[in-house]
Design a protein around this ligand. Structure first.
Ligand code: ADP
Ligand code: MG
Length: 480
């Protein structure tokens, strides 16, 4: 069957080459999409007919697809569509067709590839520590941070140049990292890595908050496109700074951890994986923040603290009745932006009844209450966090809670018996009678040396107490 052979487009050879490339792209996408099933036979005539192109163009297109492994071209027989494992999956065109046809799955594959090679490349780069690579990485990382903070970045038209520059420098950064590994195979994979980077940035520049599944239309100026695209996350930029300077300082573990964290941030948009965070902590322990240029130190510290902090540990505000658990716990939860839970709520009715009648609780009656509190603590995810009140008077009670959550942090609000009694007596509408305060002090076993937590003077104003707790938590994060 011979299709109509249209006239050659009026114009140069360039135009012809351009339209052949377009034809290759159309056919490539069709094959990638499964529109031309495996083993389907493609003759030059059929291509001419379907696309209305000349014989030389059809032939050239099939040859190009043959080179990319999408079809198998045999003399006289024609082309046969090949299965995916035959495709040249690292070919730039094949990647871009797959990004166009199935962006989510191609991005997943590319990101998985990056997850394997980039942390390793970072480690190797830190070991090799080539002067040129160190210079490039640190300078690119600083430029990326500056560009990401450019007020125009997120503006559709005004920011186009900034975003383009960001895209170029980001590609250069990641290419330098792979080059720094001195592994030629890693460097050979720079192209797919850069395509994955570009794909994300191009999506930002169109203002998509959610990943788009369909290819983005070329009409950038259309009114339908959102005005405020996503910017690079500041944390991602600080991780690039960390990575660059870790390589520069020859710190392999830190470099690897930063590279891994960059990828974790891409994948989930957040850094909450406890394994990644643990490695990032180890990297930060190795890293010398004072080795950063002075202008970057405090920003870096703040950004890292926020990430490490993002995995909230559950906090138990403990102490005798009247010490201020409910008051201070509420403030503390607000200031940490985590949920607040009133531990008294977990008492079975009969415990409340006992207390109201002036009968102190014992280990037995406290057991279901502690179990319920432990359950609530178990349910608190690191993203969510939790501040919960619980007198947790005896060490064995705290051990129960620690079994539920080994990362628990206790805040003991300490005060003397007179103060506690006067506070409880002054408190209206509460089931706990002042007569029971002394029994609370009988049971109280203050935090011991080896218990993770802190003791604060409960007579300080609540805001002061909250500030002290926050300072201590931040100090521990840094010390980690
Ligand atoms: P708990 O929950 O430990 O029994 P509360 O938070 O109910 O203690 O506080 C008992 C009483 O003490 C309340 O009247 C509260 O307003 C008061 N109080 C709590 N914390 C402080 C503080 N830091 N300084 C002064 N008064 C406080
Ligand atoms: Mg209370």
């Amino acid at each position: 069957m011979t299709g109509p052979e249209p006239d050659l487009p009026a114009g140069s050879e360039d135009a012809l080459r351009g339209s052949t490339a377009k034809l290759v792209g159309q056919l490539g996408c069709q094959i990638v999409e499964g529109g031309k099933p495996r083993d389907q036979h493609l003759t030059v005539d059929a291509v001419m007919h379907e696309f209305g192109v000349t014989r030389p163009m059809a032939r050239e297109a099939l040859q190009a697809l043959h080179q990319k492994g999408l079809v198998n071209l045999q003399p006289r027989i024609g082309a046969t569509v090949q299965p995916l494992e035959r495709w040249d999956l690292l070919d730039a065109d094949v990647i871009s067709w797959r990004l166009e046809v199935a962006p989510a799955s191609q991005m997943r594959s590319l990101t998985e590839l990056r997850e394997v090679i980039e942390p390793r490349a970072a480690r190797l780069a830190a070991v090799s520590r080539s002067a040129e690579v160190c210079h490039d990485l640190t300078s690119h990382a600083r430029t990326l941070l500056a560009l990401s903070e450019d007020p125009d970045f997120a503006r559709r038209r005004e920011g186009a140049a900034v975003r383009q520059r960001f895209r170029d420098i980001d590609a250069a950064f990641h290419r330098s990292l792979l080059a720094g590994s001195r592994n030629e195979l890693f460097l050979r994979l720079a192209h797919p890595v850069v395509m994955a980077l570009n794909h994300r940035i191009d999506r930002w520049s169109y203002g998509d908050e959610e990943p788009r599944l369909a290819p983005v239309p070329a009409a950038v100026g259309a009114d339908t496109v959102q005005d405020y695209p996503v910017r690079p996350q500041p944390i991602a930029m600080w991780l690039h700074i960390g990575l660059a300077y870790a390589v520069d300082q020859g710190l392999a573990t830190a470099a690897e951890a930063f590279a891994e964290a960059i990828l974790a941030e891409i994948r989930r948009g957040r850094l909450h994986d406890p394994v990644v965070l643990a490695r990032l902590r180890a990297g930060l322990r190795q890293f010398d923040v004072d080795g950063l240029p002075a202008a970057y130190r405090s920003g870096f510290r703040t950004a890292m603290a926020a990430v490490i902090d993002a995995g909230h540990v559950p906090i138990v505000v403990m102490g005798v009745s009247g010490c201020g658990k409910t008051t201070v716990g509420g403030y503390l939860a607000d200031s940490l932006r985590v949920p607040f839970e009133e531990g008294d709520r977990f008492h079975p009715p009969r415990n409340r009844e006992s207390l109201t009648n002036g009968i102190p609780l014992d280990d037995r009656s406290r057991s279901p209450w502690l179990a319920a509190i432990a359950d609530r603590m178990r349910a608190a995810t690191p993203e969510e966090g939790l501040v919960i009140t619980c007198s947790a008077l005896r060490r064995i009670y705290r051990e129960l809670l620690r079994v539920a959550r080994p990362d628990v942090f206790f805040v003991h609000l300490a005060l003397d018996q007179d103060e506690a009694r006067s506070r409880v007596a002054g408190r209206e509408a509460h089931f706990m009678p002042a007569s029971l305060v002394s029994t609370q002090f009988d049971d109280l076993e203050p935090l011991e040396e080896d218990e993770v937590g802190m003791t604060v003077d409960a007579t300080l104003p609540p805001e002061r107490i909250v500030a002290e707790v926050q300072t201590e938590l931040a100090r521990r994060i840094r010390a980690h």
